[in-house]
Design a protein around this ligand. Structure first.
Ligand SMILES: [Zn+2]
Length: 340
């Protein structure tokens, strides 16, 4: 009895629903149409994740008096400040806002995964990781002669030891002047197999230096998973990442920074750029300068430097948002030189 009643009720309800849907059909169609139009016109840039590299126990690269973890945070906070002013409709999320590892974790690799998960779970449209570079070439010590001194030595003459003196040079160790400076922006290579380093005709000499930032080991990237992700990346995110990265480096050059340009890293190795392989959105990693070059360390520690860098990055993001509406104007991959 009860069952029957319920069925009757259900059927009546269903009929009512169908009736309502029929009446609403034109309205629904218009709604769908509008959703499509608004989706097509609205730039696909609602949520941006800013990721200050390192943090807490992971101090990153070191300069004469500052550490990468702190400087990357300062630059990132400035980027957020400028972005909030200039792009108020964008939701900006930070992977960390203080000198801790993201997620308050104590393990560097777990924190790297946390960064990527955070961006994925928040459906971010863009991921920007901010770092500083360093290189052994900027940390060389040399010695120079500062004088001479008398030294006593002994020679055997028969069974006797005879003391003699000689003049020897006195050296002093000094830090060799730093020679490597400039900015780089990393993206993942569009091809899983190629593109260990592909840059616009830049010297290969910098190749070794960038690895300085990736010391300490990264989470393993499963090759099969990486290959599948690389295909998806090539299809949806590569051109966008390349375009934004190019704009960032152009903006840096505009404020007088030396720009090493855009660098593409391989998937399988993916050293130092794990976050780029694990985020499911266009993503870039900016090396904002060499912390072990005194000029760049000073610039990035100054309020003027922070302001300039933040404005450059935000300008690049604004240009990127514009081009999202006109994808044909995006930067195509050029026949970049590939070095092994
Ligand atoms: Zn770093």
């Amino acid at each position: 009895m009860v069952m029957k009643n319920l069925t009757v009720k259900k059927n009546t309800k269903m009929l009512q629903t169908i009736k309502i849907l029929k009446i609403l059909q034109p309205v629904l169609l218009v709604c769908l149409f509008l959703v499509n139009i608004s989706h097509a016109q609205k730039p696909d840039l609602k949520t941006i994740v800013i990721d200050p590299g390192h943090g807490g126990v992971d101090v990153g690269a070191g300069g004469r008096y500052s550490r990468e973890a702190i400087l990357a945070l300062n630059i990132s906070l400035k980027v957020r400040e400028v972005m909030q002013k200039e792009m108020p409709d964008v939701r900006i999320l930070m992977t960390r806002e203080t000198d801790i590892l993201p997620g308050n974790l104590s393990n560097k690799n777990e924190a790297l995964r946390w960064r990527a998960n955070f961006a994925n779970e928040n459906n971010a449209d863009l991921f920007i990781s901010i770092h500083l570079n360093s290189t052994p070439a900027n940390q060389r010590w040399e010695k120079k002669q500062v004088g001479t001194k008398k030294q006593t030595y002994y020679v055997k003459q028969g069974k006797k030891k005879v003391a003699k003196t000689r003049t020897v040079p006195v050296y002093e160790r000094y830090r060799a002047p730093a020679t490597v400076l400039g900015t780089q922006t990393y993206i993942l290579a569009s091809d899983y197999y190629k593109g260990k380093v592909a840059s616009a005709g830049r010297s290969s000499s910098i190749k070794d230096y960038v690895d300085a930032d990736s010391a300490g080991g990264m989470p393993e990237v499963d090759p099969v998973e990486a290959r599948i992700k690389a295909q998806q990346y090539a299809k949806y995110f590569f051109q966008k990442s390349l375009t934004l990265a190019t704009y960032v480096e152009e903006e840096f050059a505009n404020i007088g920074r030396y720009s090493w340009g855009v660098w593409q890293r391989d998937w399988a190795g993916a050293q130092g750029i794990y976050v780029l392989t694990a985020t499911q959105m266009p993503s870039i990693l900016i090396e904002t300068g060499f912390i072990d070059h005194p000029d760049e360390e000073e610039f990035l520690n100054s309020s003027e430097g922070l302001e300039k860098m933040a404005k450059s990055i935000v300008n690049a993001v604004k240009r990127y948002r514009e081009v999202l509406q006109d994808p044909e104007k995006m930067i195509q991959q050029t026949a970049a030189t590939t070095e092994e």
